[in-house]
Each structure stands twice: as C-alpha cells, then as structure tokens.
Design a binder for this molecule. Structure first.
Ligand SMILES: C[S@@+](CC[C@H](N)C(=O)[O-])C[C@H]1O[C@@H](n2cnc3c(N)ncnc32)[C@H](O)[C@@H]1O
Length: 277
C-alpha cells in the first residue's frame, strides 16, 4: 500500500507527500511519512484532493504505506489502525486532537476491532501518549466507566444531556458526559447543554454510537481557531471531519472500519448548511 499525505485545500495550497516514506506537509503541519506496517485501508476518493497525486493502493510491498481513503478540501481520511498512523505524525503538528475512543465495554462496532479486549487500558494509554505527542491541545470524550484510566487532565468540560436514557452505574440515568482537556488554551465556556437528539444516528448515517454534530461544533469552536488542523484518530462516522469542514478547519481522520469511512465521506459530500444559532 502506498501513502499520500496531501493538503487537498481548505487551508490552501496543495502538496503531495512521498509515496513511501519521507516528509510532507499537511497544511501547516509537517508530517513524517514512514512506511506503515499494519495499514488496512486504501480506497482512493478519486476526488480533486487525491486526483493527480499518483495514489496507489493494494500493493503490500515493503517500504510502502497507506493511501488516503479520502482527501479533499482540507480533509484527509485514512482507513487504517490509528496505531499505525499516529507514529508518523510529527510532534505538536496538530492544533487539536478531538476524539471519542472506543470505551472498552464490549460494544460491537465491527469485526475490525475488539472492544472487549482485556488489555484495554494499555491499548488506550498507548494511543493517548501518541495523541499527546502530536497534539497541542487534546479533547477526549472518555465516557464515564473508564474515565479513571486516563491521566489527570488539565480541565474537564461538561456535555449535559438531560433526558438521556443511558444507564448510570448507580441504577439511574447518566445525564452528562465529561470531556477531558489536555494542554493550554483559554476556554471561556466549559459547559454545553445539549439534550440528546433523537436523530443523531440518522445524521451520522447509522454509526452505532456517534456524537452529535452540534457537540463537535462547540468543542471545535472552543478548542481551535479558523484554519486549524484537527485530528480524530477514532473518526467513526466522521463527525469531527464534518464539523471541522463546517467551521473552516482542516482535519485528519483515521477509522479502522471501512463502512464508517464510507459514511464519513458521504457526510463530507453533503452541502455545508448554516450553523444553528
Ligand atoms: C466511539 S466511536 C467514534 C464515533 C464518532 N465520534 C462519531 O461521531 O461517529 C469509535 C470508533 O473508533 C473506531 N476504532 C476502533 N479502534 C480503532 C483503531 N485502532 N484505529 C482507528 N479506529 C478505530 C471504531 O471502529 C469506531 O468507529
């Protein structure tokens, strides 16, 4: 498989990367592009962002790497295991890591990932260390159950969603969720009242556990400036990419399950609608 890191636009300027290792620029970010060993993806979008850049896929020759699944308008999606892609990103090359990792509760996302893995903590901390290395600011929706596995955060933001029927461990309902923040930035507003919308699954093309687009709009506005580079290593249905695009940010998304990559691409192709007030 071959890798192309490109800047498809958004932040301006094209720029292809080497197909088999080296160094490239994704917008403002300088990115190391070594060969990747465990990549699983590679369906070129064929759109303007990837076109003409010599994307190849499918060949497992040593020294080759991952082709973006989608690369257009400042958004690049990799169908890959994020543990393969994260080490290729240069330190502090991303303005905001915004992500929603699997919770390790045995949820059946797909056959591509075992959410019931016994080594969840070790796995999660390995990803966390990489996110910390590449991101200047990190925001993670951890869920409640494994919140305590994460290192102490700089701050905790709150998404309040009264009316939720999600069970708490106390036998009642869980009506809020923490967002752990690592890094320094002046965040004026750390509380979002956003009742669970019944249509979240519909807006995200049927992913089993998407986050609301409006939540990600809020987090991106709080955590980044226009033109910033956002990274979501657990992209799911592409909520972070969609929100980044809506708000004039660039985005790198990584998702291990191809079905969800396809949903993300479909969401990105939809027209940008004006944000709700
Ligand atoms: C909680 S969901 C993210 C949902 C997303 N925030 C949304 O709004 O659609 C976590 C996602 O991580 C993906 N995933 C699990 N392990 C992964 C890995 N090692 N690399 C990349 N993606 C992974 C799962 O397939 C799942 O779609």
């Amino acid at each position: 498989m071959s890798v192309l890191w490109t800047d498809g636009g958004g932040g301006g300027g094209g720029g292809a990367a080497p197909a088999a290792g080296g160094r490239a620029h994704l917008g403002g970010a300088s990115v190391d592009v070594p060969a990747l060993s465990r990549a699983v993806g590679g369906v070129a979008d064929g759109g303007a962002g990837a076109a003409g850049l010599g994307a190849e896929s499918g060949a497992d020759e040593p020294g080759a790497a991952v082709t973006p699944y989608y690369d257009q308008d400042g958004v690049t999606i990799y169908h890959a295991d994020c543990r393969d892609v994260l080490p290729t990103l240069a330190p502090a090359s991303v303005d905001l890591v915004l992500t929603d990792p699997p919770y390790g509760v045995g949820f059946k996302y797909s056959d591509a990932y075992d959410d019931a893995a016994a080594d969840y903590r070790e796995w999660m901390l390995g990803c966390f260390r990489e996110m910390q290395r590449v991101g200047r600011l990190t925001m993670i929706t951890t869920g409640m159950r494994h919140l305590w596995m994460y290192p102490p955060a700089t701050w905790v933001m709150c998404w309040a969603h009264p009316g939720s029927t999600r069970a708490s461990a106390l036998g009642g309902f869980s009506e809020w969720e923490p967002v752990l923040v690592y890094g320094k930035r002046r965040i004026y507003n750390d509380f979002k009242y956003l009742p669970h919308a019944a249509n979240i699954s519909a807006e995200s093309g049927g992913h089993p556990c998407p986050k609301p687009l409006r939540l990600y709009h809020w987090l991106i506005l709080q955590g980044s400036d226009p033109g910033a580079l956002i990274l979501d290593p657990f992209l799911g249905s592409g909520t972070a990419a969609r929100a980044a695009k809506d708000l004039g940010r660039r985005c790198i998304g990584i998702e291990i399950e191809e079905r969800y990559c396809a949903i993300a691409v479909e969401r990105l192709r939809q027209m940008v609608l004006p944000l709700p007030a």
